[in-house]
Design a protein around this ligand. Structure first.
Ligand code: 6PG
Length: 240
């Protein structure tokens, strides 16, 4: 069931998300942990910065394991690394053991790393019908309708047998590693985090199933759990 929340600004959107993450971190049963797959992008970055400033103490960090839904194939200290973005905007500010952090190693050979990470995730997460189940997957939305690092030319990655796959950004050629539909659509909760009027047209095309939406990777995000949440600011929701 689509669950669309529209906020006047990024701080209120971030506060709402932080509350959801806090609830999840406190709800987990004794000895269990919550698995969260993070996203790159400007909206997640802003949310991480908000959490660092206002919400660190409300979240039970040691009940959380952090993963990534995609990564650029660059070293972890590279300015384009999703891990580095998360390190700088969140990880340095939270009391999370490094043993709870499972980054995609962008410095490795992409195909080998996609396989390594698939095996890692598969071994660590509970499964449903042989598919690993993340408690939470965060996604951004590109202006071309990409999400994670599934771009329109590689939309078939939503049907891939792999859990994580090597791909590339078709505009820059940059190699990427991305979760596939097998991971995204088996998550308990999926959050699209989208801000800015530049995304309004794409948000509307996907949510309102407007012409050509089926060609957009983000339109393939349909978690079996039905727990698909759109957290939007008024700009991104401008055409809804
Ligand atoms: C990445 C993200 C990507 C991002 C979108 C939106 O690695 O960059 O996984 O899917 O979320 O490109 O990015 P912006 O929010 O910065 O426009």
């Amino acid at each position: 069931m689509k669950n669309i929340h529209i906020f006047p600004n990024i701080d209120e959107l971030s506060a709402f998300f932080a509350q959801k993450l806090a609830e999840l971190s406190h709800s987990v049963s004794e000895g269990k942990q919550v698995s969260v797959a993070l996203s790159g992008g400007s909206t997640p970055k802003a949310i991480f910065q908000y959490i660092s400033q206002y919400a660190v103490d409300s979240i039970h960090w040691n009940n959380i394991c952090l993963f990534w839904g995609d990564e650029r194939c660059v070293p972890p200290n590279h300015e384009e690394s999703n891990y580095k973005m998360t390190l700088d905007s969140l990880l340095v500010n939270i009391p999370l053991e490094s043993s709870n952090i499972f980054r995609i190693k962008g410095e490795n050979d992409p195909i080998a790393e996609a396989e390594r990470y698939s095996t890692l995730v598969s071994g660590l997460l509970p499964k449903h019908k042989d598919n690993p189940v993340f408690d939470m997957v965060l996604l951004g939305l590109g202006e071309d309708g990409h999400t994670a690092s599934i771009f329109p030319p590689d939309i078939t990655l939503f049907e891939s047998e792999s859990l994580f796959a090597a791909t590339n950004n078709p505009y820059t050629g940059q190699k990427r590693i991305t979760a596939t539909g097998r991971v995204i659509n088996n998550a308990q909760n999926v959050f699209f985090l989208v801000t800015g009027s530049s995304k309004a047209e794409m948000v509307a095309r996907i949510i309102k199933k407007q012409e050509g939406y089926k060609k957009l990777p983000a339109s393939k995000v349909m978690p079996k759990s039905k727990n698909l949440f759109w957290l939007l600011d008024e700009g991104a929701a401008g055409l809804l």
